[in-house]
Write a protein that binds this ligand. Structure first.
Ligand SMILES: Nc1ncnc2c1ncn2[C@@H]1O[C@H](COP(=O)(O)OP(=O)(O)O)[C@@H](O)[C@H]1O
Ligand SMILES: [Mg+2]
Length: 343
């Protein structure tokens, strides 16, 4: 890898796996997940509910439930290994060099403390600054996230704020230390639709202004179309396709990605009134070992080889565009079986 691309790489995750023992066996919600994010880049992770998006981000933050085990080949933050470095070292990094924004702000906000105290604490935990300096940065960031009369808000408690304001405070808190990477896991799902759009625009603006790497997890492909630089599509615990937003929207290769795009109206890309598709079938259980393509049982183009062995992410004709499907030919040309021949 050339030196300049190494220096702009904020996150590199290679072959991440998560296993959780459950009463029916071993749940494998994250399987062979590789992701990378560069400085100033937004990677959107999309996929149906239950496909492993949240556990992937929790695994990166080292915040998995205690029973869960993770393995990976590589996990680096701005060139430094952050895998199995110990809880102490990890808690120095969390909230400092990488921060997470959760769906529900009360996951991160403590109801017993004023937001001023919590914002200041987020900085003072990691930096040797005075209370006055921390307060000043809190006011600066509250204004950045669009909260007016910010100084007057510092003495308020989380329950005195609306859901939208709480989410803005949580974003400010995540930014207190100027992180390299921010992971936002469906950050607006709990909010009203109009407020959702405002908060997502805000996040996109802040990401650009501060040149952070951002992973935005969402099931809203309309949002992805507007703010993603790159997209990772997850299905049943695996990344099945990754590429630039343009590659994914204009030239989707995986039958699941194509199905997903057919299902959801994309502003400016889906004709108004066009009939939406649906992917028949159900998501497979992630308990136990599954061999072959996870999408095989729902795929209209399935053939014998798909279920015979595990399938790796394969290159497509476009650089940076990879797809976990045998129909994507390793030589660089995408070969698709003609429909009908498969069934
Ligand atoms: N703490 C847990 N214990 C057992 N199973 C879990 C736990 N958390 C999530 N799961 C399961 O792991 C799978 C992936 O979950 P998750 O990462 O939350 O999906 P997503 O965020 O894509 O909706 C789901 O089947 C979910 O039920
Ligand atoms: Mg989730």
């Amino acid at each position: 890898m050339p030196a300049n691309s190494e220096s702009k790489r904020v996150l590199e995750v290679r072959r991440l796996n998560v296993e959780i023992p459950v009463p029916t066996g071993m749940l494998r919600p994250v399987q062979d997940v590789s992701l990378h994010v560069d400085r100033g880049e937004t990677l959107c992770v999309v996929g149906e509910s239950g496909c492993g998006k949240s556990l992937t981000s929790l695994a990166i933050m080292d915040l998995l439930p205690t029973k869960a085990e993770r393995t990976c080949d590589e996990m680096q933050l701005s060139g430094d290994n952050v895998f199995h470095i110990g809880e102490r070292a990890m808690s120095d990094i969390r909230g400092d060099r990488m921060s997470m924004i959760f769906q529900e702000p009360m996951t991160s906000l403590n109801p017993a403390y004023t937001i001023g105290n919590q914002l200041a604490e987020a900085l003072q935990r990691h930096r040797n600054v005075s209370k006055a300096q921390a307060r000043e940065r809190a006011i600066y960031l509250l204004e950045k996230v669009g909260i007016t009369a910010a100084a007057g808000r510092l003495g308020q408690y989380p329950h005195q704020l609306s859901g939208g304001l709480r989410q803005r405070v949580m974003i400010a808190m995540a930014l207190m230390c100027g992180p390299d990477l921010i992971i936002a896991d469906e950050p607006t799902t709990a909010l009203d639709v109009t407020i959702q759009a405002q908060i997502l625009h805000l996040l996109a603006d802040l990401q650009r202004e501060f040149q952070m790497g951002m992973i935005l997890i969402t099931h809203d492909l309309g949002v992805v179309a507007r703010i993603a630089d790159r997209v990772a599509v997850m299905y049943a615990g695996q990344v099945v396709e990754t590429g630039t937003a343009e590659q994914i929207f204009n030239d989707p290769q995986h039958p699941y990605t194509r199905g997903l795009l057919d299902c959801i109206p994309i502003p400016g890309k889906t004709k108004r009134g066009a009939r939406l598709g649906a992917i028949p079938g159900i998501v497979p259980s992630l308990v136990g070992h599954m061999s072959g393509c996870h999408f095989a049982s729902r795929c209209r183009q399935v053939h014998e080889a798909c279920e015979a062995r595990d399938i790796d992410l394969l290159p497509t004709a476009q650089p940076g565009h990879v797809c976990r499907c045998l129909l994507t030919h390793g030589s660089g040309t995408a070969v698709r079986k003609t429909e009908g021949a498969a069934s």
